[in-house]
Ligand binder design. Structure first.
Ligand code: F6R
Length: 243
């Protein structure tokens, strides 16, 4: 795992942007594994600006999302379908027919078929404060493919900030499995903020265990972890800070 540590969050995202522009321009038909939540937003904003400045095109890019809530409709203001459309897709030239977001339990087979025929070149991941990746909560099998999950209470309370109340936060989701995530050729993980520091330290320095799903990333040969000082404060190794 390569670790890049920053004092300044803007510089962190600027460097992730450079990586993305490079990867997309080198392979315009790239299959991007996409994430939602707060973490990717500064990257998506930068990608939109770069597109508007003519530095990158998504014309031939395929986007495949990690997960989606179950129990709210696609047009709900917090569905990940809506999130992707509003935070990224509507601002760029991606062909919506080349975007895939899991939908519900009925769509699992179809979504798994997409994963089986579209190898992800570059997977973006945030990390849950409990160490989840996608919505693979602690205890998820490392051998899992796309499946329905019962959301951890920690995840529901963390995500309450996006809804009007905890009651409105869905209890279930559908997620790409850990086995699927590990199939990606390259993985970029971004973690910022104090509330991620425990999960980040266990992911990097802890044992590889299904109780901390992100720890499985230690086994992947091409993971790039971008963290700020707060998220990295419990790491054991000496890491040089970028700006
Ligand atoms: C989102 C996802 C989740 C989030 C994680 C962190 O598609 O799969 O694993 O990346 O919950 O969320 P934020 O970025 O909101 O802290």
């Amino acid at each position: 795992m390569k670790i890049y540590k920053y004092n300044n969050k803007n510089n962190l995202y600027d460097d992730v942007l450079k990586l993305y522009i490079n990867e997309i321009n080198n392979n315009p038909k790239i299959n991007l594994g996409l994430a939602t939540g707060s973490t990717p937003i500064p990257l998506y904003e930068r990608l939109i600006n770069s597109y508007k400045e003519g530095k990158v095109s998504f014309k031939d890019v395929t986007g495949i999302n990690l997960d989606e809530y179950i129990g709210i409709s696609r047009d709900h203001f917090q569905s990940y379908y809506n999130f992707m459309y509003n935070q990224l897709f509507k601002h760029i030239d991606i062909n919506l027919e080349n975007t895939y977001i899991p939908k519900d339990e009925k769509s699992i087979e179809e979504f798994q078929g997409i994963l089986n025929t579209h190898k992800i070149d570059l997977q973006l991941l945030g990390i849950g404060s409990n160490g989840h990746i996608g919505f693979n909560e602690p205890g998820s099998s490392f051998e899992s493919n796309t499946h329905v999950v019962l959301l951890d209470e920690k995840t529901r309370t963390d995500n309450q900030r996006f809804f009007n109340s905890l009651d409105e936060v869905p209890t279930h989701a559908v997620t790409m499995g850990i086995k699927d995530i590990l199939e990606a050729k390259m993985i970029v993980v971004i973690a910022t903020g104090d509330n991620k520091s425990d999960a980040v330290s266990k992911m990097v320095d802890g044992e590889v265990t299904e109780s901390l799903p992100a720890s499985v990333l230690q086994k992947h040969p091409n993971v790039h972890l971008f963290i700020d000082k707060d998220a990295g404060k419990l790491l054991k190794g000496e890491y040089k800070y970028e700006d």
